[in-house]
Write a protein that binds this ligand. Structure first.
Ligand code: MGD
Ligand code: MGD
Ligand code: SF4
Ligand code: MO
Length: 739
């Protein structure tokens, strides 16, 4: 049976998976004359069952897919770097030249001089490892460092698997949204929460310094002081232990180090935590009692519940993992399921192809071992899907200074470092020092403006795919997604290459041909489903969705061992102990805070959150004029009316937001959703309608919050190397001319 349908008026219906966010809703695409004319939710898709969010509603996606701003042909720099002067070339010329240059640099400086950078999960994010490992460089960095990857390391370290993105939202009786605002960040999940509340009466606790949309719909909102959550978690742990609300059977049989955990938690009486976190003691007690007694409860991962805390990131993530375990919510129906080891065959990553001597050169290995190959060696037994990362702040410094060795080339795919990473000036100086910068993206960006080659990529409508939704409440599910638009067939006049073709184009010119799956992405997709005994085509047509239903309480099986050194859930981590880190979570004020830097706080008295998500923009995407930008045209920061009044700022005023690093301008929105001492500043603003050439770089210096965030290595989490994005310090004043 063919999965595609045709209607009488010559419209073909194909199935495709949206990739405007990680949720990956199943859609039905109406295709006429090679062009997609409409998208809607696929009611048969078991994941979203017809749901779509406002990005797809009213066909708003069209303004993005068919945007006149897209990169159309491969571009080669034709003037000074950043001058906005380009020459159109063919893909063959681009591949030939880039491969030659990469080979030359490898000969001159060693393979480690070439690095790679990725953003969040937007594509076949694992593919580049095959290229970099075979090429011989250990240096790949990514935003995963402050998004998810630390959790993917610390959770396996605690219980041998990753549960944070396998929360069982539909079956939980209590959902704890900690630093997570799915009403703006992952809308299908918000739909699940609301449905659960309506139909099953689930309770919701929200931990957020803002009275966010999810907080407004919660049973309990803890309005925490930014980046103090570890103290909150320790106090909740203490109450749960003191009041004996923990799961005694689970702790006794399956956990290691409870007594030492108990001692550590006892350092956090509720009054102490109340003072540090600003959350009233009664509310902390109420939250602990709810989480200790309402079963089952899930506590999904949240980017602002650890990853964004800088120095205190690892401790926060560990504390939440421990809470899941001692309350008996780990791997139960309605709780946080323990993900099984990754299904990808090792051939995918080729990690073994990289000689030890090269791995040892990975930037960050010595100083922030967690996410590097050093940490990968520790954790990959338990969690083979883990991604090793070099440390990005150290990489930008290496580009600039040549220390510890020269980094001369960087390949950027599905990432916009000039917006995404902290301290844009450092990123800029790093990228500007390179001999070769290659950027593969849908659109020109402030990063591609600095490139030697800016190359057009295929969107998810322009490539075939097997979609793996994150935050999937089943153990693992994936679905086939059609290529709906082809280059030059009437639907598109863009000479794009998809991300697979990109790597194949480079790899095949550098002696890697037989390691890839032929020139087309379909070859790779065939390989991915080969274990099921089908081709990709057969999978798409006949199987469509593969859902591996979860198995629960696997630890009850005969002979089960949690994949940790003790075989138990390590409340007290023997891994961290061996690596010379605190085996138990402890709260320490973030490196940039009034407590750690009273000198800074005098000048910069307000506490700053950055990057709280808002619709419909996705990080630095969707700033191009069109339907998405129309919904949210300008950069906005939130400030309490009382604070605004004191500063003589009115709703809508353009203001300077200044830190010890620099200043940017955004428009004020006065609102009581946050504490008068806190402001919330949107991230990733740039202006594609402004000039590309330096010094503008599409207005990147004007309003992007990472122009004023810090990435000083001394402020990072000492194990994970992640940088601080919330709880920062700033001051605010009205822009002289009010606009
Ligand atoms: N201050 C502050 N900074 C933050 C955050 C914060 O909260 N505060 N959040 C951080 C987090 S969690 C993350 S994950 C990062 C995100 O950082 P990035 O992922 O770098 O985000 P974007 O800036 O959207 O860059 C993605 C680029 O990839 C392109 N792209 C999208 N899909 C594809 C594709 O399939 N193929 C190719 N070749 N290109 C594609 C887009 O057009 C876009 O230019 O930002 C981080 N930065
Ligand atoms: N619209 C949109 N959706 C997105 C993205 C996007 O850029 N735009 N990015 C995607 C990506 S890569 C990611 S990682 C996810 C992240 O999605 P979420 O985890 O939902 O991330 P945020 O919206 O950054 O933060 C969630 C909430 O944490 C609060 N918060 C800020 N500081 C703190 C703190 O110190 N402690 C606590 N407890 N809460 C705090 C914020 O006020 C916010 O309401 O979103 C994804 N979805
Ligand atoms: S929730 Fe995400 S995957 Fe679903 S329709 Fe919206 S953007 Fe697409
Ligand atoms: Mo992220």
């Amino acid at each position: 049976m063919d999965a595609n349908r045709s209607t009488s008026d010559g419209i073909e219906i194909k199935r495709v998976n949206c990739f405007l966010c990680h949720v990956r809703c199943g859609l039905l695409a109406s295709v006429k004359d090679g062009k997609v004319i409409h998208l809607e939710g696929d009611p048969e898709n078991p994941h979203n069952r017809g749901y779509v969010c406002p990005r797809i509603e009213q066909d708003r996606w069209k303004a993005w897919q068919y945007s006149p701003y897209r990169l159309k042909r491969p571009l080669k720099r034709a003037g000074e770097r950043g001058s906005g002067k380009w020459q159109e070339i063919t893909w063959d010329q681009a591949f030939d030249e880039m491969a030659d240059r990469l080979a030359q640099l490898r000969d001159q400086y060693g393979a480690e001089t070439v690095c790679y950078m990725e953003g969040t999960y937007r594509t076949w994010s694992w593919l580049h490892y095959k290229f970099t490992n075979l090429f011989g460089t250990p240096n790949t960095a990514g935003n995963g460092t402050i998004c998810y990857s630390s959790d993917m390391w610390l959770e396996p370290c605690t219980y041998g698997g990753f549960a944070g993105d396998k929360a069982d939202w539909p079956n939980a009786n209590l959902i704890v949204l900690w630093g997570r605002n799915v009403a703006e960040s992952e809308l299908l999940l918000w739909d699940w929460v609301q449905k659960n509340r309506r139909e099953r009466g689930a309770k919701v606790i929200v931990v957020d310094p803002r009275f966010s949309e999810v907080a407004r719909n919660a049973d309990l909102h803890l309005q925490v002081k930014p980046a103090t959550d570890t103290a909150l978690a320790l106090a909740m742990m203490n109450i749960i232990i003191q009041e004996e609300l923990y799961d005694k059977e689970f702790v006794e049989n399956y956990c290691y180090g409870f007594d030492r955990l108990k001692e550590r938690a006892a350092e956090w009486p509720v009054e102490r935590a109340a003072e540090v976190t600003w959350v009233p003691a009664e509310k902390i007690i109420q939250a602990a009692r709810m989480y200790g007694t309402i079963k089952p409860a899930c506590m999904p991962w949240g980017q602002k519940a650890g990853d964004a805390f800088g120095r205190n990131a690892a401790a926060a993530i560990r504390a939440k993992a421990i809470l899941r375990a001692i309350t008996g919510n780990l791997d139960v129906v309605g709780g946080d399921k323990l993900a099984p080891p990754s299904k990808f065959p090792p051939a995918y990553f080729e990690h073994k192809a990289l000689p030890q001597e090269q791995r040892d050169k990975m930037i960050g290995n010595d100083r922030f071992p967690g996410l590097t190959f050093k940490g990968w060696d520790v954790i990959s037994q338990a969690f083979p899907g883990f991604y090793p990362y070099s440390n990005a702040p150290l990489m930008f410094r290496a580009m600039k200074t040549g220390k510890p060795y020269p980094l001369k080339a960087c390949i950027v795919q599905a990432d916009n470092p000039m917006l995404a990473f902290s301290n844009t000036k450092m990123v800029y100086e790093g990228l500007r020092s390179l001999d070769l910068l290659i950027v593969h993206d849908y659109f020109p960006t402030p990063t591609s403006a600095l490139a030697d080659y800016a190359l057009p990529a295929a969107t998810w409508l322009e490539k075939p795919d097997i979609a793996y939704p994150t935050m999937d409440h089943e153990a693992a599910s994936f679905m086939g997604s059609a290529r709906v638009l082809n280059r030059f067939d009437g639907g598109s006049d863009i000479d794009f290459r998809d991300d697979y073709e990109f790597w194949y184009g480079l790899g095949s010119r550098l002696g890697q041909t037989d390691k890839w799956w032929g020139p087309k992405a379909e070859g790779m997709l065939d390989f991915q489903v080969s274990a099921m005994g089908v081709t990709y085509e057969q999978f798409y047509n006949n199987i469509r969705y593969a859902v591996a239903p979860s198995k629960h309480q696997k630890y009850k099986n005969e002979g089960w061992r949690f994949l940790t050194p003790t075989g138990k859930v390590e409340l007290y981590s023997t891994v961290l102990e061996q690596m010379g880190y605190d085996p138990l979570p402890q709260y320490e004020p973030p490196a940039i805070s009034a407590e750690a830097r009273p000198d800074l706080a005098k000048e910069y008295p307000l506490i700053m959150i950055t990057g709280a998500r808002f619709m419909p923009q996705y990080h630095s995407e969707h700033r191009q004029p069109g339907a998405f930008r129309d919904l949210h045209p300008e950069p906005i920061f939130d400030i309490h009316p009382a604070t605004a009044m004191e500063l003589n700022i009115h709703n809508g005023d353009w203001c300077w937001i200044e830190t010890h690093i620099g200043r940017i301008k955004q428009r004020a929105r006065t609102t009581t959703i946050l504490d008068p001492r806190v402001v919330s500043v949107q991230h990733d603003w740039w202006f594609p309608e402004k000039p590309e050439a330096e010094p503008s770089l599409y207005g990147v210096w004007e309003s992007s919050v990472n122009v004023i965030t810090d990435d000083d290595p001394d402020t990072l989490d000492p194990l994970m190397g992640s940088w601080q994005q919330t709880g920062l310090l700033c001051k605010i004043y009205k822009a002289e001319d009010g606009n």
